[in-house]
Write a protein that binds this ligand. Structure first.
Ligand SMILES: Nc1nc2c(ncn2[C@@H]2O[C@H](COP(=O)(O)OP(=O)(O)O)[C@@H](O)[C@H]2O)c(=O)[nH]1
Ligand SMILES: [Mg+2]
Length: 328
């Protein structure tokens, strides 16, 4: 048994074993492939998972051609520091937001269900990039299983709320309830696998089309207060877009760490991104596996109080910390 299988991988494998339909199986296998540690010891397992995915897709494709249904899901390869799913009801402004924050050019239209495939785009935030994934809307009748599957795989959910709609609150609550019915709970805390079936996804609430619903902004912020961190924006006027960028990064589940060589200034050209909650030792491990066994100590700048002191290996790093690694 290869070492270092993550809890997310084990949960996905557990889910595979309990799957009853090919769609569930495909979803679980894709999650396994996304979460399996990529190293030599898992190569055979990776190949096996890929083979099983290919087989299921082929079967679904055959069924589709013969008119038996069996929809194939989509998979969005993860790029950048984190993957954030744009989630919401029809017409909330998700595709417009993707177009405003990235170079992607999604279809945008004043009628619902314009977005039928996942559309990724890279959002720049200072010196890193975060992948946003525009998705078809969450509705009771039309949302295919793969949409929920992609949301489960994302690091963070950006819950898009249409402030131009008088019914924004009821519509948004319904989307949240539909996600919960698909075992995906939106939370303000860190994303995690709760059990073999249920996941919690760190969520930010975005009040969009602010220009069409100015008088609804206070109620929206009150609704989000204590529940999800929130921001308000309009792609029509450009207001709030920078706040949205910052909010998404702050809740993406990653922080940046820079390195420096003794006697040299920090290398600010190359941020390392690591999951929020990671320790000094995790950082060293990520920079180079071999460094761990040779590690003598780490000097740290940042974390609100370090100015080059030795940092304990279990110290949790914060965004923009600088580490100086001393090896034997
Ligand atoms: N006035 C205004 N209209 C917007 C804004 N964002 C999106 N829209 C319009 O709302 C409609 C739906 O937008 P779209 O991005 O396709 O929503 P989606 O279904 O959530 O992807 C389109 O007609 C957009 O032009 C905004 O900030 N202000
Ligand atoms: Mg859309």
């Amino acid at each position: 048994m290869p070492a270092n299988l993550s809890p997310a991988f084990l949960a996905a494998r557990d889910r595979l074993n309990r799957s009853k339909t090919d769609e569930e199986r495909l979803d679980a296998l894709q999650e396994m492939l996304a979460t399996i540690p990529k190293h030599k010891g898992t190569e055979k397992m990776q190949a096996d998972i890929r083979r099983r995915i290919a087989k299921l897709k082929e079967k679904a494709e055959q069924q589709r051609r013969s008119g038996k249904g069996g929809a194939v899901g989509y998979h969005v390869p993860r790029e950048g520091a984190a993957q954030v799913a744009l989630v919401g009801v029809p017409n909330a402004g998700k595709s417009s937001l993707l177009a405003a924050l990235t170079r992607a050019t999604p279809d945008i239209a004043p009628y619902p269900l314009t977005t039928v495939r996942p559309q990724p785009g890279m959002m720049e935030f200072e010196d890193i990039q975060i992948q946003l994934v525009d998705l078809p809307p969450i509705t009771r009748d039309y949302t295919e299983g793969w949409v929920y599957g992609l949301i489960r795989l994302a690091d963070t959910v950006a819950l898009c709320v249409d402030l131009g709609s008088p019914g924004w609150q009821r519509e948004t609550e319904e989307a949240i309830a539909l996600l919960a019915a698909h075992h995906t709970l939106l939370t303000k805390g860190a994303s995690r696998q709760v059990d073999w079936r249920v996941v919690e996804r760190q969520t930010v609430a975005l009040g969009l089309k602010a220009d069409l619903g100015r008088d609804r902004i206070p109620a929206f912020l009150a609704w989000a207060d204590g529940r999800y961190p929130a921001a308000v924006a309009s792609t029509a006027t450009g207001e709030g877009l920078e706040e949205v960028r910052v909010l998404i990064f702050r809740h993406s589940g990653v922080v940046r760490v820079y390195t420096k060589k003794p006697g040299h200034p920090p290398d600010l050209s190359k941020p390392y991104t690591i999951r929020e909650g990671a320790t000094v030792l995790n950082v060293v491990e990520q920079i180079h596996k071999d460094f761990v066994s040779r590690l003598r100590y780490v000097r740290l700048w940042g974390s609100g109080r370090f100015e080059g002191q030795h940092a304990p290996q279990d110290h949790v790093v914060q965004d923009k910390d600088i580490v100086e690694i001393h090896l034997s």
